[in-house]
Design a protein around this ligand. Structure first.
Ligand code: 5AD
Ligand code: SF4
Length: 338
């Protein structure tokens, strides 16, 4: 029995076996992931409307264009009214989940955030937050105000690499955040970057085991893309094929979770998000942020879809999803399709 057959039967692999699969051929892995995806989560693709509501960030991650030391960024912050208006537009376009993403921006007080969440929740949508490391009390307040899910990538489980690339941040605190979110009843999503300078295949295997062990409800990942305005400007990009392999393998190890096909992949290859959908992924997060702001939310250069209106982004994605023989979900898209 080869390793792909083994993981399909047992949903388990050890670290050495994961490395071996990642060194192997993609096509057999992608076919296996596609059939497991179909069996466990079906043909529906869940679309989440992404609102990038502030590009202010107090953190200084070495890979990210929004890091506080980057003076080249034209910083913006949407008012609560603007955020609610964008959510309304997303809902009108057909989204059943709104993803609210920002840098770590403390200017939104708990009261302000909970008021925004309550207004958006009254539109009958699921809400995902992606706003970084907060206290247990803050997470609790947001959950009570209507947030359903939370995305917080662990970025890398290699702690020495983590501390090198995320100055001032603590790996233990990131894990604490994920644990708090899980305890509070959020659907929890995490993920990692693929191809960070100094990252090994063994360390990616550890990331995968961490996701499985946690266990997460969603795993999102993409290749590292060097940003010229950061200290990692001169490093090489992460490998797209390796990113696709990791997605496929995660589908085999965690068959019923939600896995997005991420925008970072698309930066390296226009077709990559749709390749990911054919190799294990079942979620896409089209951008609904208004164009003038979206251009300023540059974690990495070459972000795709930067000139498409929210209407156009959705239409293009729907058409491609249908062309793959898949359907657009009309549900909220919780794990296990609730
Ligand atoms: N390349 C790819 N992904 C990046 N992110 C931040 N900077 C980059 C980059 N240069 C990812 C991080 C973060 C998510 C919001 O964006 O993983 O968690
Ligand atoms: Fe801030 Fe997130 Fe970028 Fe880090 S990755 S600098 S926390 S926006």
């Amino acid at each position: 029995m080869n390793l792909i057959e083994k993981v399909m039967q047992s949903q388990q692999l050890n670290k050495a076996e994961i490395v071996e699969v990642l060194l192997g051929d993609y096509s057999e892995l992608a076919n296996a992931a596609d059939s497991v995806r179909k069996r466990y989560v079906g043909d529906e693709v869940h679309l989440r409307g992404l609102i990038e509501f502030s590009n202010h960030c107090k953190q200084n991650c070495c890979y990210c264009g929004l890091r506080c030391e980057n003076r080249e960024v034209d910083r913006y912050r949407l008012s609560p009214e603007e955020i609610v208006a964008e959510a309304k537009l997303a809902k009108a376009l057909g989204y059943r989940t709104i993803v609210m993403q920002s840098g770590e921006d403390d200017s939104y007080s708990v009261d302000k955030m909970t008021a925004i969440l309550k207004q958006i929740k009254s539109m009958d949508v699921a809400i995902t937050l992606s706003i970084g490391e907060k206290t247990y009390e803050e997470y609790k307040a947001y959950k009570e105000a209507g947030a359903d899910r939370y995305l917080l990538r662990i970025e890398t489980t290699d702690q020495s690499l983590y501390h090198k690339l995320n100055p001032g941040m603590r790996f233990e605190n990131r894990v604490r955040c994920l644990e708090d979110l899980q305890r509070l009843g959020y659907e929890v999503g995490s993920g990692c970057l693929i191809g960070l300078p100094g990252q090994t295949l063994e360390s990616i295997a550890e990331d995968i085991l961490f996701f499985k062990e946690f266990p997460l409800d969603m795993v999102g990942l993409g290749p590292f893309i060097p940003n010229p305005a950061t200290p990692l400007a001169d490093c090489g990009s992460g490998n797209l094929e390796l990113s696709l392999k990791v997605i496929a393998l995660i589908r085999l190890l965690m068959p019923d979770i939600n896995i997005p096909a991420t925008t970072a992949m698309e930066t390296l290859d226009k077709t990559a998000r749709f390749r990911a959908l054919q190799g294990g992924a079942n979620v896409i997060m089209p951008n609904v942020t208004s164009l003038s702001y979206r251009k300023k939310y540059q974690l990495y250069p070459g972000k795709s879809g930067i000139d498409d209106t929210p209407q156009k982004s959705r239409a293009v994605i729907c058409e491609k999803v249908l062309a793959l023989g898949r359907t657009i979900s009309e549900g909220y898209g919780f794990r296990n399709n609730k």
